[in-house]
Design a protein around this ligand. Structure first.
Ligand SMILES: Nc1ncnc2c1ncn2[C@@H]1O[C@H](COP(=O)(O)OP(=O)(O)OP(=O)(O)O)[C@@H](O)[C@H]1O
Length: 257
């Protein structure tokens, strides 16, 4: 179980996160929702320890991550940022890097197998010898997802993993992410803007607003009221084939152009 307790963070004197608390279970896929600038990326970078929160703690199975060595943290938490600096390495080596926290001296046969499996899971096995910095944005996103999967963490933090993907790849990647949670008992926290993708593949929803948790819960938390409060947009939530769908009522305002 992952517990986030009273996490706060500021950039200089500007508070971004204020007392954010929630928990997620192993095997659960939780969407982090909220408008641009709400603090979603900051939240998951604080959980990953990429940024140091000003207060609060993150516990994995009762152990604060601050009490873990960097190596232990890397074994337990995988993190895919919104923008990734990609070195001039092959696709296969980029995925194999996900195994590094588990390696002793160098990669074992198991590490190669796990990396190969992850590469196949995202459908990039035919690109294994290409250089990652020469791939398209969507292809790079799939490679980064494969690396996070190869890491076999307890907690997977994904920042907009589908933002550069075409519709079919969005669905396939979200299905894979859900499978990581449900099939491999990983706790997944995914920042996502597409409410319908989130509704389809995530188990719970955490709405961030002004750096605090505005609302959270299962599908019942994705209401017109919460969408209006968080995004400042009118939308209906209708059932289609048993799946709730968000249909925005967007009214164009007169533009100065
Ligand atoms: N390095 C930084 N220095 C100062 N302010 C920052 C920095 N990074 C982000 N911010 C500010 O912190 C706030 C939260 O940013 P964050 O990236 O966490 O938002 P977000 O919810 O992930 O947004 P988006 O949906 O646009 O990705 C924003 O107002 C942003 O301008």
């Amino acid at each position: 179980m992952i517990e986030v307790q009273n996490l706060s963070f500021a950039y200089g004197s500007r508070p971004i996160l204020q007392n954010v608390s929630f928990s997620l279970e192993q095997g659960e896929c939780v969407a982090v929702l909220g408008n641009n600038g709400a603090g979603k990326s900051t939240l998951i970078s604080c959980i990953s320890r990429l940024r140091r929160p000003s207060s609060g703690s993150v516990l994995i199975d009762g152990t604060p991550v601050t009490q873990m060595t960097r190596g232990q943290q890397a074994q337990q938490i995988s993190y895919v940022a919104q923008k990734n600096e990609l070195a001039h390495t092959t696709v296969f080596d980029a995925v194999l890097l996900g195994r590094k926290p588990h390696m002793k001296w160098g990669p074992s046969d198991i590490d190669y197998d796990v990396a190969e499996h992850a590469l196949r899971a995202v459908g990039m096995e035919n690109c294994r010898l290409r250089y990652v910095n020469q791939l398209s944005g969507g292809e790079q996103q799939k490679v980064m997802l494969a690396r996070a999967i190869a890491q076999e963490p307890k907690l997977m933090l994904l920042d907009e993993p589908t933002s550069s993907l075409d519709p079919r790849n969005q669905y396939e990647s979200m299905e894979l992410i859900r499978h990581c949670a449900h099939g491999h008992h990983i706790a997944v926290l995914v920042v996502i803007h597409d409410l319908n993708l989130a509704l389809r593949f995530c188990d719970r929803f955490l709405f961030l607003k002004d750096g605090t948790v505005y609302a959270s819960g299962g599908r019942e938390a994705v209401t017109s009221e919460n969408i209006r409060a968080v995004y400042g947009m009118d939308a209906a939530v209708e059932q289609f084939d048993g799946i709730p769908m968000v249909i925005p009522h967007f009214h164009a305002h007169s533009s100065p152009y």
